[in-house]
Design a protein around this ligand. Structure first.
Ligand code: C2O
Ligand code: CU
Ligand code: CU
Length: 490
């Protein structure tokens, strides 16, 4: 389909042609607060997660076929504390093989939930997941070989918040659903009857699947929420399959306090931030300063979203979530000046440099694969890293535990979000330049477009050959199509 003639669906369910690629917009609905499984005060027995098919109303009154984890779409927000071990029982009831990967966690390969830890239909996977890292926003999603894109799109994803002593004591808003909100952003496509759809074509493989409708916490945007006066915290995840999002506030700058792997040294104000699929940022909104403000989302990803800017020229920022202040007093504190101690990265400590070239086209017929409804391109791999499409039986890199390394990632075209399992890293350069200030903290995602992106990384946990870690493009169709590799740590 030509992206410039997208059909967008109004809240009432009618189809309207949209000239530009503007997200479909209806009347604002109350923000859906995702149920939280709060483990911070203790864990009682094992933690069941049931992957199941279901039907879900995205707010248009139509039942869409979805997957969910303990609910009809997406999973619960799990909140845990550093030092705990999470005894999950992940039951696969979707009728197809699946996996659940803990994205962002510093855990051994054996419990990482990548493509080697398959859960057969009808069976239960019971990893004990140790939480050793600091406060951070992480997530979990399907990582099934060749099926990650469709299973995640259908709803196999959830948020995993880690707190530590310092974050629990910190002078920050932390009353969930009152002044502290999880915001899961996704783009979806709905058909003429209002059902969520996912369709593959050769072009979808190339760009990754992109919907025309913004969905927040499983409901079509925009959303609205009343909040007490004072600071409000939004913990934001871009859970799109492929779409970069540019976020800003309707009034004033956007104030970022944390990136993928934890708090920044101090709050960073920006006009806007660009979030790739897989990235997380926490922001603070000062609802003492204004009685109403809104999070806005732009498809374009100005700044480093050149690929998308070309496709979506003229796109407007869309109101995603409007916050309106009540008279109640909420979090009483003021904007913190310091959040964490964050030393500058020391690339001189690196003893190994590895290079990764992400490759879009190594020969397979994408249109034919799409027709065959086959995400994984096999050894004919359409996409690759360093010339080789992902192969479950091949270890691509062998890393020594505890070594500091520089990973240099380049591309032959397009903008790609690169992710590494089992670690948080620091970005040394992104698209040939220093990363924006809000991306200078702990990360597990880096954008790669022009020139090199370089990260400084160290792995502290074991990943043996039968349970290796992955590195890959987080455009999920690219990952499924072979733009992924495997490495051991030991
Ligand atoms: Cu978000 Cu390898 O995954
Ligand atoms: Cu991951
Ligand atoms: Cu990619």
């Amino acid at each position: 389909m030509d992206r410039r003639t997208f059909l967008t669906m109004s809240g009432a369910g009618a189809l309207v042609a949209a000239g530009g690629a503007v997200f479909a917009q209806g009347a604002a609905q109350p923000l859906r607060v995702i149920p939280m499984t709060d483990l911070v005060d203790g864990i009682d027995g094992r933690i069941p997660l049931s992957l199941s098919p279901g039907t879900h109303d995205f707010g248009n009154g139509v039942a869409s076929e979805t997957f969910g984890i303990n609910q009809s779409y997406l999973g619960p927000v799990i909140r845990a504390k550093q030092g705990q071990t999470l005894p999950f029982d992940v039951a696969n009831n979707i009728g197809d093989v699946s996996t659940i990967h803990w994205h962002g966690l510093h855990i051994p390969g054996a419990v990482d939930g990548g493509p080697h830890q398959e859960i057969e239909p009808g069976s239960v996977w019971s990893p004990d997941v140790p939480i050793v890292q600091h406060a951070s926003m992480n997530w979990f999603h399907s990582h099934t070989h060749g099926k990650t894109a469709r299973q995640t799109y259908n709803g196999l994803a959830g948020v995993l918040l880690i707190e530590d002593e310092a974050s629990l004591d910190a002078d920050l808003p932390k009353t969930y659903g009152v002044d502290d909100f999880v915001v899961v952003l996704q783009d979806k496509m709905f058909d003429g009857s209002g059902r969520m759809t996912y369709a593959l074509t050769g072009e979808v493989f190339e760009d990754g699947f992109q919907g025309d409708t913004l969905v927040i916490n499983g409901a079509i945007a925009p959303a609205r929420q009343t909040v007490p006066t004072g600071l409000v915290r939004l913990r934001i995840l871009n859970a799109c399959n492929a779409r970069f999002l540019e976020l800003s506030m309707e009034t004033g700058p956007i104030t970022v306090i944390a990136a993928d792997g934890g708090f920044l040294a101090s709050p960073v104000e920006a006009d806007s931030i660009v979030m790739s699929p897989g990235e997380r940022y926490e922001v603070l909104v000062d609802m003492g300063a204004t009685s109403s403000n809104a999070l806005t989302v732009n498809l374009e990803g100005d700044g480093d979203g050149g690929f998308f800017a070309g496709l979506f020229g003229g796109a407007q920022a869309t109101t995603a979530l409007t916050l309106s202040r009540t008279d109640e007093t909420g979090f009483g504190g003021s904007m913190p000046s310091q959040l964490a101690t964050l030393d500058p990265p020391r690339p001189a400590e690196a003893t190994v440099t590895r290079s990764f070239e992400l490759q879009m086209d190594v020969g397979a017929d994408l249109a034919a694969l799409a027709l065959a409804w086959e995400n994984f391109c096999g050894d004919a791999g359409a996409m690759a890293i360093n010339g080789l499409p992902m192969n479950m039986d091949r270890i691509d890199e062998t890393v020594a535990k505890g070594d500091t390394e520089i990973w240099r990632i380049s591309v032959d075209n397009q903008l790609h979000p690169f992710h590494i399992h089992g670690c948080s890293f620091r970005i040394l350069s992104q698209n040939g330049a220093a990363p924006p200030a809000y991306a200078q903290g702990w990360k597990d995602m880096v954008h790669v477009e022009d020139g090199w992106s370089e990260v400084l990384v160290r792995f502290d946990h074991d990943a043996p050959a039968d349970a290796p870690y992955m590195y890959h493009c987080h455009i999920l169709e690219h990952e499924d199509c072979g733009m992924m590799g495997q490495f051991t740590v030991g």
